[in-house]
Design a protein around this ligand. Structure first.
Ligand code: PNS
Length: 166
């Protein structure tokens, strides 16, 4: 597998995502970070364009990593961008059930294979939903989001209301 699509909501990018991105950059020829929608999630803090901008800044040190926004199904996005497969991170055993179901569905629908990286223990407790909550309540996001985006993400979350983008 040479080119992988690493999909997610990335609302916003976290230190946990960067663990997977940095390790994937060292192991695959090309990594495409895909900002996709989970239609079940209605708690967006950042717009897709904002998520993309944050991801591009976070991934700037990795020349073989790019990012794009995709509409609709992950399986179609993987085909559209020419990825050989999908990459997902697993934080805890709790992630396994839903991730395996998603992987099997994507393989059944479109023959798209999913590969997994186990999150590093130092970041396996970090989730974007907790980052949103801590940031919105004015907590310290140091170590939870990429260092070069700490101020931008903290300021943006502190200014957001609980509904909608701003
Ligand atoms: O970071 P997340 O929220 O865990 O990412 C979930 C995401 C966006 C990868 C997932 O919801 C997804 O694939 N959305 C696109 C719609 C889709 O293909 N749904 C069926 C998956 S089998």
């Amino acid at each position: 597998m040479r080119t992988v699509l690493y999909p997610g909501s990335f609302d916003p990018v976290t230190a946990g995502h960067m663990d997977i991105i940095s390790r994937a950059a060292a192991r695959f020829e090309r990594v495409i970070i895909g900002v996709l929608r989970n239609p079940e999630k209605t708690t967006d803090a950042f717009s897709p364009a904002e998520r993309l901008s944050l991801l591009r800044k976070a991934a700037a040190p990795y020349p073989n990593v790019e990012a794009a926004v995709f509409e609709g199904l992950l399986a179609r996005a993987a085909e559209a961008c020419g990825a050989d497969g999908v990459l997902r991170g697993l934080r805890t055993a709790g992630d396994v059930e839903s991730e395996f179901m998603m992987a099997r569905l994507n393989r059944q629908m479109a023959g798209v294979e999913t590969v997994f990286l186990a999150a590093s223990p130092a970041v396996s407790h970090i989730s974007a939903s907790m980052v949103r909550q801590i940031g919105r309540l004015g907590g310290d996001l140091r170590g939870l989001v990429p260092e070069n985006l700490l101020e931008e993400i903290s300021d943006a979350l502190a200014q957001r209301d609980w509904n909608g983008y701003r």
